[in-house]
Write a protein that binds this ligand. Sequence first.
Ligand code: PLP
Length: 480
Amino acid sequence: MAAATTTTASSSRIGSRPTIPPGLHSDSFNPTSISFSSNIHGLSLKSSVSKKQLYSRRAGAVVITQTMDRVEVDISLSPRVNSVKPSKTVAITDQATALAQAGVPVIRLAAGEPDFDTPAPIAEAGINAIREGHTRYTPNAGTMELRSAICHKLKEENELSYTPDQILVSNGAKQSIVQAVLAVCSPGDEVLIPAPFWVSYPEMARMADATPVILPTSISEDFLLDPKLLESKLSEKSRLLILCSPSNPTGSVYPRKLLEEIAEIVARHPRLLVISDEIYKHIIYAPATYTSFASLPGMWDRTLTINGFSKAFAMTGWRLGYIAGPKHFVSACNKIQSQFTSGASSISQKAAVAALGLGYAGGEAVATMVKAFRERRDYLVKSFGEIDGVKISEPRGAFYLFIDLSSYYGVEVDGFGSINDSESLCRYLLDKAQVALVPGDAFGDDTCIRISYAASLSTLQAAVERIKKALVTLRSHVPV
Ligand SMILES: Cc1ncc(COP(=O)(O)O)c(C=O)c1O
């Protein structure tokens, strides 16, 4: 029952006709019929109410309680929300966390964040920023200090020349990407996304009323995009190609030669822009090497380079990312950001300056983390390589292993149900092995599952043992 309460200062006595509250029309103001147009508790109501009102006197004021007809709130949502899928990585992480909180010893290998603490000099810089009073709004695009430091880094490490007005700092690379998609896509445009993809890319395209066009790759080709497939899918509608190297979820790294072939194709399509998501750039395992797409001949003008601090510097909670690109596009993103969130955290920006000051590619602090990731990758590749029916493409970067376990599909497990896709297999592994992994389906490849190795080697060893056991049990079940 909706009830609206209007309190109005009045000298009227109990039993006398109260002052007509603002918003109520005097011609219709009687105890049984009120016609009004009002905004109560944030709900805009235009309604005719004919019900009893209750008047009472409270501390020198007349309180009018209108008991209205039930006014149903319109709970319909924008088609934009309905077109977007919720993130499965978040869903499975939440489920695993709930199990852990209930006392179930779940090993959580679903989340996409380093298990390391933010390196001490970065954290100190954040603390000092608060102590020194850097606690106010910064310019929308980010502090000049940070944008200049980013330009210096991009030059030193990526052979990329940008000026501070070609950089926009945001609350995480996720915001940088979605703003870029919103800034350049018009309804009906196509966004080309190689699969397996980071879960958010297709949804971001949909939010911009653009159409995601998925370009499948295969594990036997290390999940790298076939330039011929790209060429066959391009049309006047193609507005964006999103590349992610090193990749989440596969860990594959695009070799320079392949990027050059892709660049040649891109160059033939004037409408086509490229988002190059380089957020895992520092987490790369030699002999793999890194090439920034914008550094390739002719690509600077049409590439929007994305990077951030979450992954390499273990700063996921600091929420800081950036875009670098031609001023025209970066200014458009800046405009969107100015009406969404304004500038990123002043404290995080000070910490980010310290992160960039750690040395080439993050210096010792990042090298130590990369070394640990590499050991874990080697362990997992070897261990899963020994399990019957598992297909692997060795990751060259990031901290994920994307393995094909589809040979375990097609069985019925008593008391559990059938296992016929990546989602049911992940549910089974969470149930029976108590290991949380993410179904490949979330990344556009249902044959695989993603294992995040942002966990200690001993945790990974325990997880492998449990997964092995659960898979062996599966083999004993009758295929359906
Ligand atoms: C490929 C990729 N890009 C961008 C992001 C966004 O990172 P953040 O918003 O934390 O900077 C992530 C996070 O998982 C990612 O995996």
